[in-house]
Design a protein around this ligand. Structure first.
Ligand code: ZN
Length: 254
């Protein structure tokens, strides 16, 4: 019985993941979410049939290609669907089924959309960040949320000062003079971390996020010569892992 329930939660998550794909694709391009109703291949405008739109399964059967023009379909689509499925089933397994759970799931869905937009564009729409703040205030502790947002503003101020003045001088890199340490988008996510996890676990989650971000940051710097790593996906991941597992980094050290 319990297994059937979890399977159902996973399937529902996959279906919502399909919808999150639509949001992730359309929001940055400014395409209306309702018009055109169905999805189409970005390459040949082939209308995607319902059976070509089954989460993950269709991608596997189409071998990752459009059935009409054979253009590659981005691997991002099934990744978003699977991520949403896993997030849904783990949250469902973690909390009682009530309004709080629904709102928490919507909060994480918003974080998924923000994360994938951030990965692609390194910038996110403000109104999605407002949604994160509102949902955090509804399900989390608002005082801890505000403390973490304030802390992040301060952190951003100090790190940006360091990068723009000290680091830019030492490395003689003019580019750094306009570089900010954190994106403004990171602040509401930090608020969600504080609001949902509290101070101690929250700080652990942010350190966990920084550690997780280190690998792609080093890779980006070494291989692609990029100095910017999107931080929203890693903050969201740090929040999710800590919420589900209760894992505290500092218990490893102390
Ligand atoms: Zn096509």
């Amino acid at each position: 019985m319990a297994q059937m329930e979890l399977l159902a939660a996973f399937a529902i998550g996959l279906i919502f993941g399909s919808f999150l794909n639509v949001l992730t694709y359309r929001i940055p391009l400014g395409i209306s979410l309702f018009n055109p109703i169905g999805s189409e291949c970005p390459h040949c405008q082939h209308k995607i049939k319902w059976y070509e739109n089954i989460p993950v399964i269709s991608y596997v059967f189409l071998k990752g290609k459009c059935s009409n023009c054979s253009e590659r379909i981005s691997i991002i689509y099934p990744v978003v669907e699977l991520t949403t499925g896993v997030v849904t089933v783990l949250l469902y397994n973690h909390q009682w089924l009530d309004l709080d759970l629904i709102l928490t799931i919507v909060l994480f869905y918003t974080l998924i959309v923000l994360s994938f937009i951030d990965f692609k564009f390194k910038a996110v729409p403000d109104y999605l960040l407002i949604v994160v703040v509102i949902l955090t205030l509804m399900v989390g502790d608002w005082k801890n949320a505000l403390i973490f947002m304030g802390g992040f503003v301060l952190l951003e101020l100090i790190l940006t000062f360091y990068i723009q003045t000290i680091k830019a001088k030492i490395t003689k890199n003019k580019e750094l003079e306009n570089q900010r340490a954190l994106g403004e988008g990171d602040i509401p996510i930090a608020g969600a971390i504080g609001g949902l996890l509290g101070i101690h676990l929250g700080i652990s989650a942010i350190f966990l996020a920084a550690i997780l971000a280190l690998i792609p940051a080093v890779y980006g710097l070494m291989v692609k010569k990029e100095i910017e790593t999107p931080f929203i996906p890693f903050l969201s991941l740090g929040l999710f892992i800590t919420l589900i597992t209760g894992f505290n980094l500092f218990t490893l050290i102390v």
